[in-house]
Structure formats: structure tokens, C-alpha cells
Design a protein around this ligand. Structure first.
Ligand code: HEM
Ligand code: HEM
Length: 186
């Protein structure tokens, strides 16, 4: 299988990036919601919760690096056009949804990063060291970034469901046919 995308098929690198990031992002949303609800009254509870925070932040920063790689790769190797059987309206919807997903893949980790900076909390990238704060401590900004992170997280979950449902719909309606775009990504 070719590394590059062709005019009708996604290549290996786009497929790896798509499915690896899908796995990480869906896990991050689940873990994010779980960890934010954890009690932290005792030292033990705090230590338990902060383990998840550390992993969530590292994988979140990894998403940031991967999405930049993915967007650069799209410039080198453009995505295949949608098959001609897609109506103009549907084409616009699919493209619009992809664009929103890219924006969320950038803004979600960025809001998480700035929220941690504003709260004065460190961000470690796995065991490799602490990352620099981009902004100083600010309670007000931290609250706004937190709210944005939460709302965008829920919105992204809904859009992922919509996105996956579209792929499954075309598979069920037209398995192996021209509009079955899931096969181009598998
Ligand atoms: C694509 C990447 C990411 C996704 C999908 C994601 C998703 C989520 C979600 C759904 C929550 C739960 C929201 C809530 O109930 O408050 C959450 C919480 C959190 N996220 Fe992320 N996140 C990402 C990246 C990051 C990054 C890069 C950081 C920091 C470097 C970060 C820091 C946090 C923190 C500190 C919380 C807990 C907030 C609290 O205590 O209420 N996240 N995340
Ligand atoms: C976190 C989860 C996901 C995100 C953020 C995501 C995002 C995206 C984006 C941005 C594209 C456009 C790629 C490009 O042309 O640049 C894409 C393509 C695609 N995704 Fe996802 N995706 C996710 C999960 C899934 C799941 C669970 C499925 C299937 C069940 C799926 C099926 C597809 C298919 C079939 C395409 C190719 C569409 C085409 O042929 O033009 N995705 N995805």
C-alpha cells in the first residue's frame, strides 16, 4: 500500500494518523470526563486523580503534535476527492464536518494547555520533561479555558458520532460500492 494518498484512496500514513488519533481522542474524552469527577479530599485520592491528569495531558499534547503533522501531510499529499455519486449538498456537509473536526483537534488540546498554565499546574510530556507555560497564572482565564475545554469536548463527541454514523450509513446502503467511503480509510 502506498504511503501517499491517491486521487481515489487514502494512503498508509493518512490511515495510521486517522485511526491512531481516533483511538487517542475517544479515550481522552472518556478519561477526561471520568477524572474531572474524581474526589480529591484525601492525599490518596489526589494521587489517584493526578495519575490520570498526567496521562491525559501527555496524550493531549501528543494529539496536538499529530494534528499538525496531519495537516502538513495533507498539503504534501492531498486527500482523495469524494466520489462523484455524492450530491453537492452532501459534499459540503462532509467537508464542513471534517473542517470542524480539524479545528476541534487543534483547539481542544490548546484550551487544555492554557487552562493548566492559567491554573499554575505543570504539564509534563510523558517522562521527557516539563513543557513551558505559554501564559501566566490567571483565575479568570483559567475558568474560561476550562469551560471552553468542557463544551468543545462534548461537542466533539457528538460530531464524532455523527461522522462515524455517516460512514456506517454508506457502508450499509452500498457496501463495496462507490459511495462506501469507509473502504478508502480502512
Ligand atoms: C484532543 C485532546 C483532548 C481532549 C479530547 C480532551 C478532552 C477532555 C474532556 C472531555 C474533559 C472533561 C471536561 C470536564 O468535565 O471538565 C477534559 C478534562 C481535562 N483536560 Fe482535556 N482533553 C484534551 C487535551 C488536553 C490537554 C492537552 C490538556 C493539558 C495539557 C488537558 C487538560 C485537561 C484537564 C486539566 C482536565 C480536567 C479539568 C477538571 O478538573 O475539571 N486536556 N479533557
Ligand atoms: C476521534 C474520532 C475521529 C476523528 C477526529 C475523525 C476525523 C476525520 C477527519 C478530519 C477526516 C478527513 C480526513 C481528510 O480528508 O483530511 C476523516 C475521514 C474519515 N473518517 Fe474519521 N474521524 C474519527 C473517527 C472515525 C470513525 C470512528 C470512523 C468510522 C466508523 C471514521 C470514518 C472515516 C472515514 C470513512 C473517512 C474518509 C472519508 C472520505 O473518504 O473522504 N472516522 N475523519
Amino acid at each position: 500500500m502506498a504511503l501517499q494518498n491517491s486521487s481515489t484512496e487514502y494512503g498508509l500514513l493518512s490511515k495510521i494518523l486517522h485511526w491512531l488519533m481516533a483511538l487517542i481522542i475517544i479515550t481522552l474524552i472518556g478519561v477526561g470526563i471520568y477524572m474531572a469527577e474524581l474526589p480529591r479530599d484525601t492525599e490518596e485520592q489526589k494521587a489517584y486523580a493526578f495519575q490520570f491528569y498526567g496521562l491525559h495531558k501527555s496524550f493531549g499534547v501528543l494529539v496536538m503534535l499529530l494534528v499538525v503533522t496531519r495537516l502538513l501531510w495533507l498539503r504534501v499529499s492531498p486527500a482523495p476527492a469524494l466520489p462523484a455519486v455524492f450530491a453537492a449538498g452532501e459534499r459540503k456537509m462532509v467537508k464542513g464536518l471534517h473542517a470542524i473536526l480539524y479545528v476541534l483537534m487543534l483547539l481542544l488540546p490548546l484550551s487544555g494547555y492554557l487552562m493548566s498554565n492559567a491554573g499554575g499546574y505543570p504539564i509534563h510530556f510523558f517522562g521527557l520533561g516539563e513543557l513551558p507555560a505559554l501564559i501566566g497564572k490567571s483565575k479568570e482565564f483559567g475558568e474560561i479555558a476550562h469551560e471552553a475545554h468542557e463544551v468543545m469536548g462534548i461537542a466533539m463527541l457528538l460530531l464524532i458520532v455523527l461522522h462515524a454514523a455517516g460512514a456506517v450509513k454508506h457502508r450499509l446502503k452500498d457496501k463495496g460500492g462507490e459511495s462506501d467511503i469507509l473502504k478508502r480509510m480502512l
